[in-house]
Design a protein around this ligand. Structure first.
Ligand code: F0G
Length: 525
């Protein structure tokens, strides 16, 4: 039996949710920062898009430099899928990524590239690579300690002694011979070390972070609702409050662990404690996107860098949303002095057309064997890699004109958001972000005298309902950050016009007035 044509089978629950906020609109065409829907007569109605494909559209919808390229590629019948072959275009993309990173960070150490399709995939590739490396360190440490235990055994046979501290650690009685003490000590050492080394890796992440929703990455994402139902499936993270260096130090102190090793020196066997490689990685977004547009401070970045160096924990800088020029530089992390052992990029890497992502790992940590263990059918395909090359060339052209444009447009847009805040201080809590990655947070309405506004706060849907209103009444598309729904996010393209900014200002002032006057009626479609 075939399903009835009108029945919604593609995520029907989501459709219902969108409908309740007035967001279940079908868009039929897109260009630049404009989406088009059809009215009752089938005529196109423009909608100014500030959601920007969740940050995937640094060049706008259907940018001509990319659509022309795709047409040309199709006309040339490029092999789209020719896996297990040489891919010089992917290499060109990797070269350009390195050139941008070197220019911005001053680092000359190359980064090796692993291409993939989505943001979460790049994040998981980084986490897997880091774990591959950590597991090797654990194995090497085990071998080394086993060798030292053997050496201690030989030393005892040759009359080596054990001190009081060692006897105590072994739980030995005074009557025990040196051999017996060593044997008890080794037994305890093995048990202790096993307990430390067989733990799942410790991950550090930030409160408010978003790193994806796959099995591994969702456990590194802070939102409890996304994470908790799947907690049994993967290693857990310790979430550190954003921009609180001392809280980071405290978390690390609680997580760090030592293994016991043996040392023989001048005929004495001693226990030495060695820092164990228990940390999988520290993941962070230089500007949190989905969690509410919150910037990591330079001071905090410095503490992250120093702490991770001290404990041997690789840093994965997740630039999936903040990267690719969005904040006025290629990487948002470069402007706060944060250097990644790994970088993840996606979204605008696909030029608004392809699904594309990349994980980059610096040479010192790079493990070639990983390429034999990790793969993805669609990686390095014949469409997304030339697109990535074209996007990178476009961003870097004219001495980085695109970055300057992102910064300038962003400042303009931010000044408008600030002016709305200044005029409606009781309604607008905060304006945050940099370049074309901005957020405007409305004050909490859970204590509002209005029952409707209290309900919207309790149901955690205020931002969605306001977005529905902006769309319906002003033809402006914005969306809240999903894990902090009182914050509206703005991620338009570098082609953003003054006219579009003006349209947004009018729309936001209207919404601010509705909130100030508690005009419940206005929100009802
Ligand atoms: N990392 C960051 C920083 C992201 O913003 C996202 C997605 C991901 C990873 C996962 O990428 O969806 O392609 O697997 N952010 C979206 C958002 C969902 O709301 O901004 P994905």
């Amino acid at each position: 039996m075939s399903p009835t044509p009108e029945r919604e089978l593609a995520e029907p629950y989501m459709r219902t949710m969108l409908a309740s906020a007035g967001l279940d609109v079908e868009y039929v065409r897109a260009e630049g920062d404009t989406l088009y829907r059809l009215d009752d007569q089938g005529r196109e109605v423009p909608v100014t898009d500030f959601a920007g494909g969740y940050g995937s559209l640094i060049l706008g919808h259907n940018p001509p430099e990319i659509t022309d390229l795709v047409r040309e590629l199709l006309d040339r019948q490029v092999p789209v899928y020719a896996q297990t072959a040489h891919h010089p275009v992917a290499n060109r993309a990797a070269q350009l990524l390195n050139a941008a990173i070197t220019r911005e960070t001053g680092s000359v150490e190359p980064y090796f590239a692993f291409f993939a399709s989505t943001g979460a995939e790049a994040v998981e590739a980084a986490v897997k690579h880091a774990e591959f490396d950590r597991a090797r360190k654990v194995a090497a440490l085990r071998t080394e300690i086993a060798e030292h235990v053997d050496l201690a055994g030989s030393a005892i046979a040759e009359g080596a002694t054990l001190g009081a501290a060692e006897r105590e650690r072994a739980g030995a009685a005074p009557s025990h011979t040196a051999e017996q003490v060593l044997s008890a000590l080794v037994e305890r050492l093995r048990r202790h070390n096993e307990q430390v080394l067989s733990r799942p890796p410790a991950y550090l992440s930030l409160e408010g972070s978003f790193h994806g929703k796959l099995v591994g990455s969702v456990q590194l994402t802070h939102n409890h609702g996304f994470r908790e139902p799947f907690a049994a499936m993967a290693a857990q993270a310790r979430f550190v409050p954003l921009n609180q260096p001392d809280a980071l130090t405290k978390a690390v102190d609680e997580l760090r662990a030592w293994v016991w090793d043996l040392e023989v020196e001048d005929g004495a066997i001693r226990v030495v404690e060695r820092l164990a490689p228990v940390f999988g990685a520290f993941l962070l977004e230089p500007i949190q996107g989905e969690g509410g547009i919150r910037e990591v401070t330079r001071e905090f970045a410095e503490r992250v860098q120093d702490t991770c160096a001290e404990i041997g924990c690789p840093i994965i800088v997740d630039e999936v949303q903040s990267g690719m020029g969005r904040t006025g530089s290629f990487l948002a992390s470069s402007s706060i002095g944060l250097r990644g052992d790994y970088y993840t990029l996606s979204k605008s890497l696909g030029g608004g057309i392809a699904k594309s992502s990349v994980m980059l790992v610096r040479e010192e940590l790079y493990r070639g064997e990983f390429e034999m263990l990790h793969s993805s059918t669609f990686a390095k395909d014949g469409i997304s890699t030339p697109i990535a090359v074209r996007v990178l060339e476009t961003l870097e052209a004219e001495d980085g004109a695109a970055y300057r444009r992102a910064a300038e447009r962003g400042e303009r847009l931010k000044s408008v958001l600030e002016s709305v805040r200044a005029d409606f201080p009781d309604v607008v809590e905060d304006v945050r972000g940099r370049g074309l990655m901005l957020g405007l947070e409305f004050r909490d309405t859970s204590e509002s005298p209005s029952e409707v506004f209290r309900f919207l706060a309790e149901a955690d849907i205020l931002g969605y309902v306001l977005s529905g209103y902006l769309l319906r009444t002003h033809g402006v598309r914005v969306l809240p950050t999903a894990s902090a729904v009182n914050t509206l996010r703005f991620a338009p393209s570098i082609g953003l016009t003054d006219e579009a900014i003006g349209q947004l200002e009018t729309a936001l002032r209207d919404v601010a007035r509705i909130l100030r006057d508690r005009d419940e009626q206005a929100l009802t479609p």
